[in-house]
Design a protein. Structure first.
Length: 726
């Protein structure tokens, strides 16, 4: 009689669970019950006596997945799961190194550095070695070390290709020595040290090969090369690897994940048959048909076709807005309507390709008083780079703001250490003055005195240079000249932060536009603060709102990367424009478009019942209006699966040919009613006298290009530029 936990499995799931002792690749589509197959396989092996719980090794990618697996196994079998080796790669390697710390060359009580601890150690070491942090940013060194370790390379195995990488390699060697002296390991070291231990210690390797005859791996498509090699070492020639994954959901190439590991597994472990789990238990048919049609355009895939017994359901709803603000408004209206129909806010998700897109959505939700949560990330005004920029702006507006000064006096780093700050704070206390006044008095000596003097000059320069400028131009100037832009440009993964900083300029432009159309208040009139002060107050209020509602029913906002593994009743995929999704960076990367298409596949398959696809014909990006063409993904989904919500609108969604340049930037002729003429002399409050040489756009998006005598050519938004005729 077969165990009760096998009941309810479909034919392919049952085949996978009851396979004989052999390596296998289970190609598990989205929503096809892969976790159930993995846990039931473990229960089957134990129940039938093919393995004891101590003879199994199960690898997951998150601690949450490991806990869920153990909970499910406990529900199926009356066994104690505490001794089982179920966990993440890092967790299992930690367990191995703790048991064999001597052989691994580690102290018994070695400590693990988290990302922040590791960065602190790198900075400390750089200081002791007199390495210039401006030329060799600590975060870049951190990335270099992690990337080298994940490729299985120690410092002596790294091939430098220029002076910078040579210096980084030398620092990597010094860093390893320092970690060894202190008895600490970083996350990447756990896996590399465990791999090296098993590589060189034959008796230990054989011990674990004899013990773990069954190795089960979840999310196999997310493994990197070193993780695969570690699994190969453990498996040897006789053990069985039961790998469950989906090459169509391989979206972490930027972290080193390699979907090629699936092909290598088939070759290295002589897997003749791949079992495909194609029945989906999550989504309605139209959603799956759209996902299948889209992903078929990828050439490098093992191939499968999702289907469901649940019926076709509703078509995908497509909405094309004029602007990103209108797109956000539509999403808010639909969320309200769905909520009124009884769908919980937490059962709805808004997905976007880039973190910076959340700002416009957050603003619309804030104005509509709808509770929301940014999943796997911070709200826009809580992000590190935004808080830094706002601190510079606060200090520019009010030099007495001690909190703002402390946040940015040494960010980006300018050689002002904690001891210098303590002396500055002591002086401020003694004289009962602000930290700014203490910095101006500057009783310190040597390099610290010079650095503090330079910081004071920087803030004074920002204040003077931005006096009288429109708010968006103030923010743009501060981001540029504070050093924030250059700092994040030097970071390996600073692109997202730069996009958020550019979005702060857009936020300011929106704030000014909304402030200008506010009706005059009734009753007692109060003095309106200047635009910068008002904007800073607005940012603080928007950041502070919802703090007490963390556990309340809330709409989920997240990037598509963060959405992997989740599912919702209704999903909105926003910003479906060429250059945004697919991202413009993918056009220049090898297999970049295939990775973006897999990302879109993940986005589509998050929805159970209702799926919205939206785009905007124009979007504020990097402080400028961009005119967009629809994402190529619309052409890859059959027309019959989509229903346009605004069909009367002149759409570019179904245009047969995409612009080669990704975006069309329309220069509009100057009309007779245009307030300015090309060739007209004008005066700008900051840039002085100039001549208009070009013009484009209309209404709120009208811009002119002015050739200023002192500063040359500049494009200015007419709405904010405050030009006057000469």
């Amino acid at each position: 009689m077969s165990p009760s936990f096998l009941s309810g499995l479909n034919e392919q799931q049952l085949e996978a669970v009851t396979l004989p002792h052999q390596s296998a690749l289970i190609l598990a589509g989205a929503g096809s019950g892969k976790t159930r197959v993995l846990t039931t396989r473990i229960a089957w092996l134990v129940q039938t006596g093919q393995a004891s719980p101590q003879e199994l090794l199960a690898v997951t990618f998150t601690n949450k997945a490991a806990k869920e697996m153990l909970t499910r196994i406990s529900a199926m079998l009356p066994i104690n799961t505490r001794g089982m080796w179920v966990g993440t790669f890092h967790g299992l390697c930690n367990r191995l190194l703790r048991a064999h710390h001597r052989e691994a060359g580690l102290p018994q009580l070695f400590q693990i550095l988290d990302t922040q601890d590791q960065l602190s150690l790198i900075k400390r070491l750089m200081k002791s070695l007199n390495i210039d942090e401006e030329r060799y940013p600590p975060r870049q060194a951190q990335w270099f070390i992690a990337a080298s370790k994940e490729e299985g390379r120690r410092a002596q195995q790294v091939e430098p290709y220029d002076d910078f990488s040579r210096r980084m390699r030398d620092f990597y060697a010094a860093y390893d020595e320092q970690c060894q002296r202190e008895g600490v390991v970083d996350f990447a070291e756990l896996l590399l040290r465990a791999y090296e231990l098993l590589s060189r210690n034959e008796s230990l390797r054989e011990h674990y090969r004899n013990r773990f005859r069954n190795i089960l791996v979840d999310e196999f498509q997310d493994t990197n090369r070193l993780q695969y090699r570690w699994l190969q070492l453990l498996a040897g020639a006789n053990n069985a690897i039961f790998a469950v994954g989906d090459d169509d959901q391989s979206i972490y190439a930027f972290r080193g994940a390699s979907a090629a590991n699936m092909q290598d597994l088939q070759r290295d472990f002589h897997i003749e048959k791949v079992i495909k789990l194609e029945q989906n238990y999550r989504s309605h048919g139209h959603i799956l048909d759209a996902a299948n049609a889209l992903i078929r355009h990828n050439r490098k895939r093992l191939g499968k076709n999702l289907w469901t017994a649940e019926g076709k359901g509703e078509p995908l709803r497509v909405y094309e807005a004029m602007t990103d603000i209108e797109e956000a408004g539509f999403i808010v209206d639909e969320v309200k309507a769905l909520h009124a129909e009884g769908v919980a806010l937490a059962e709805m998700a808004v997905l976007y390709r880039s973190n910076a897109q959340s700002r416009v959505l957050e603003h619309a939700l804030f104005n509509a008083a709808l509770s929301y949560r940014v999943y796997g990330g911070l709200r826009f005004f809580e992000r590190q780079e935004i808080k830094h920029a706002l601190a510079y702006l606060r200090l520019t507006a009010n030099q007495g703001d001690d909190g703002a000064l402390l946040r940015v006096i040494n960010f980006p780093t300018r050689g002002i250490g904690s001891r210098s700050l303590e002396q500055l704070q002591e002086l401020a206390r003694e004289r009962d003055i602000s930290l700014w006044a203490a910095a101006c008095a500057n009783t310190l000596t040597g390099k610290a005195a010079a650095s503090i003097g330079a910081f004071v000059s920087l803030i004074e320069g920002l204040r003077d240079a931005t006096a009288g400028l429109p708010l968006p131009e103030i923010i743009e100037h501060v981001i540029e000249h504070s050093g924030l832009k250059a700092h994040y440009k030097a970071e390996k993964e600073g692109a997202d932060r730069l996009e958020n900083l550019a979005e702060l300029v857009n936020a300011a432009a929106t704030f000014v536009a909304e402030r200008d159309i506010q009706p005059a208040g009734e009753g007692v009139q109060i003095d309106e603060p200047d635009e910068l002060t008002a904007f800073l107050a607005h940012a603080a209020l928007e950041a502070g709102e919802h703090q007490a509602q963390a556990d309340a029913d809330a709409l989920q906002l997240m990037t598509v990367h963060a959405a992997k593994g989740l599912e919702f009743h209704s999903v909105f995929v926003s910003g479906l424009e060429e250059g945004l999704f697919p991202h413009e960076n993918s056009l220049i990367e090898a297999d970049g478009i295939e990775e973006e298409r897999r990302l879109m596949y993940v986005a589509l398959t998050r929805a159970r019942r209702r799926l919205y696809l939206s785009l905007a014909q124009s979007r504020m990006l990097h402080g400028q209006t961009r005119y967009n063409v629809a994402s190529r993904f619309f052409q890859e989904i059959p027309e019959g699966l989509m229903r346009r919500i605004n069909p009367g609108f002149e759409s570019n969604v179904s245009s047969p040919k995409l612009s080669q340049g990704n975006f069309r930037h329309e220069t509009v002729d100057v009309r007779p009613d245009f307030p300015w003429k090309i060739g007209q002399n004008v005066v700008h409050p900051k840039f002085g006298a100039g001549v208009i040489v070009n013009a484009e756009g209309h209404g709120a998006e009208a811009r002119v290009q002015v050739n200023f005598r002192g500063t040359g050519l500049k494009w200015l938004m007419l709405e904010y530029a405050k030009l006057t005729p000469a």
